[in-house]
Write a protein that binds this ligand. Structure first.
Ligand code: SAH
Length: 261
């Protein structure tokens, strides 16, 4: 169905579900605690449902990354001060923001690329002040899960090594056009102090991927080929049973184990 105001037809391939409830949009933007000194990046602004509230803040800089050129044109026309980046956010050089200084990132993320974007952003941008993303409800549960629960997965273990995550609120399909099939939820990410983040993210990511590819197996079985006295000692020192499953470790334990493998 084409939008009455803009004539835009929502593209399923780009995960286009546009927010239609100004109160919810305001609540999402408020969760970022935006201020006039801020450098703010919005991912997937679409028709500007969140952008509108962000623009009111009068932030030092507001950037919007939008893959759909026709939507990008609309946004640029409506807010001349907005810097519109016509690009695929999954290919954006996130590490370049480390030269820009402190920044805040927000978005009602396209659901097909949400997890990948979150994986990359939390680990590559070291100057994050705060991040607020709306994602599928089920992904929000994974992002905020505690160890030894069903929702705890590789994404949880990874993200919690970089940020504290908070499940803020659930958003029903009825506030979108077109309506998605599933519930959504808003999650806030508050970066850990720099000294608490992994110093070898590659080693950590390899271990997490290896373990969660076979999450039903015991850790000792998955690590059989890599088992050394040092690895065995790690389990003793940390009081972790080698027969545990990957989901039983805390985010911090993945990091300390990755240093021995
Ligand atoms: N923020 C708007 C739109 C959300 S829909 C609202 O809440 O109403 C998701 C938006 O992300 C769409 O505008 C879609 O075109 C855009 N998008 C999808 N994939 C993208 C990608 N890889 N990079 C950047 N934007 C993308």
């Amino acid at each position: 169905m084409a939008d009455r105001a803009t004539g835009h037809r929502a593209k399923k391939s780009l995960g286009q579900n546009f927010l239609r409830d100004p109160n919810i949009c305001r609540k999402i933007v408020d969760s970022l605690a935006p201020g006039t000194d801020d450098y703010i990046i919005e991912i997937g602004p679409g028709q500007g449902a969140l952008t509108e509230h962000l623009a009111e803040v009068g932030a030092r800089k507001l950037v919007a990354i939008e893959k759909d050129d026709s939507l990008a044109d609309h946004l640029a026309g409506r807010w001349p001060d907005l810097e519109v980046v016509r690009a695929d956010a999954t290919k954006f050089p996130w590490a370049s923001l480390n030269e820009t200084g402190p920044c805040k990132i927000i978005g009602n993320l396209p659901y097909n690329v949400g997890s990948k974007l979150i994986w990359d952003i939390v680990s590559r941008v070291e100057t994050l002040e705060r991040v607020v993303f709306m994602v599928q409800h089920e992904v929000a549960l994974r992002l905020t899960a505690e160890p030894s629960t069903k929702a705890f997965g590789g994404l949880t273990a990874w993200v919690k090594n970089f940020c504290r995550t908070t499940y803020l609120f659930k958003v029903p399909p009825t506030v979108f056009r077109p309506q998605p099939k599933v519930d959504s939820a808003v999650v806030r990410f508050d970066p850990l102090p720099r000294e608490d983040r992994p110093d070898d993210p590659d080693a950590l990511s390899q271990l997490i991927k290896l373990l969660f590819q076979q999450r039903r197996k015991q850790i000792s079985t998955i690590l059989k080929k890599r088992w050394t006295p040092e690895v065995g000692a790690w389990f003793d020192e940390n009081g972790v049973n080698p027969g545990s499953r990957p989901e039983n470790l805390t985010a911090e334990q993945f990091r300390s184990l990755s240093k021995r493998i």
